[in-house]
Design a protein around this ligand. Structure first.
Ligand code: Z5A
Length: 212
């Protein structure tokens, strides 16, 4: 199936509230794809390994204070610094499973009260995901899972606002997944969706850009 010269890997994004299960499911998806012999990598944003990522990390763990607009632009810059590598990987046939992306950027910052369109603007021109797997869970239920840690956004009232902001971001690339179910049920559903998505990309579906 790699015969098509426009064949490429898929850009698969997982989104959702804190504790919705993204980390669990993205790891399982990677294992699944590796088992099929399909080239795949697991990425996550923020990517705390870069210097921009370290500024974000220190902010999230309450070790530094930053203006809300500033931190929004840092999160965006953290995606821009990975953009060309992302394109290279996809074009070389590697599927990227990405734990959080631009939707987190807009959902969390607009939940703080920043203007929605202002929040979307710095994301324009980043690669658009082929599919967004939104792990849907009531904020109360997510909070029950092992409890929240000490990071800045891990508070129930704030997560409720984030859930509302996410609602304004749904588009045709989104699949709403019931994330309250057992891990294995969700895993199975994601495998089916991602397999279909990969096939479409192997057939030469062109890359597209946010916000399309
Ligand atoms: N942020 C932002 O503001 N702007 C941006 O542009 C970006 C991010 C990219 C850090 O993200 C913060 O940055 C984040 C958004 C903001 N703040 N919040 N909230 P992060 O990625 O470092 O942190 P996180 O996304 O919140 O990760 P997490 O806490 O690791 O949650 P998770 O990955 O969704 O869940 P999990 O680790 O897979 O599962 C949580 C627990 O539930 C764990 O004990 C599991 O065993 C359990 N679990 C998982 N699935 C199930 C099911 N199905 N049933 C029962 N229990 C389950």
């Amino acid at each position: 199936s790699g015969a098509n010269s426009d064949s490429r890997g898929a850009l698969v994004v997982l989104e959702g509230l804190d504790r919705c299960g993204k980390t669990t499911q993205s790891g399982r998806l990677l294992t699944y794809l590796e088992g099929l012999g399909h080239p795949a990598e697991l990425w996550r944003f923020p990517d705390r390994s870069t210097s921009v990522g370290q500024m974000i990390s220190s902010y999230l763990s309450n070790q530094s204070q930053l203006d809300d607009h500033t931190v929004h632009l840092l999160f965006s810059a953290n995606r821009w610094e990975k953009r060309s590598l992302m394109e290279t990987k996809l074009k070389s046939g590697t599927t990227l499973i990405v734990d959080r992306y631009s939707y987190s950027g807009v959902a969390f910052s607009s939940a703080k009260g920043l203007d929605f369109e202002w929040c979307k603007a710095p994301e324009i021109g980043l690669l658009a995901p082929d599919v967004v797997l939104y792990l849907n869970i009531p904020p109360e239920k997510a909070a029950e899972r092992g409890g929240y840690g000490g990071e800045r956004y891990e508070k129930l009232e704030f997560q409720r606002k984030v859930a509302q902001s996410y609602q304004n971001l749904h588009d045709a690339s989104w699949k709403i997944i019931d994330a309250s179910r057992p891990v294995e049920d969700i895993e199975k559903q994601l495998q089916e969706i991602v397999s279909d998505c990969i096939k479409t990309c192997q057939k030469g579906k062109p890359l597209s850009f946010l916000w399309s």
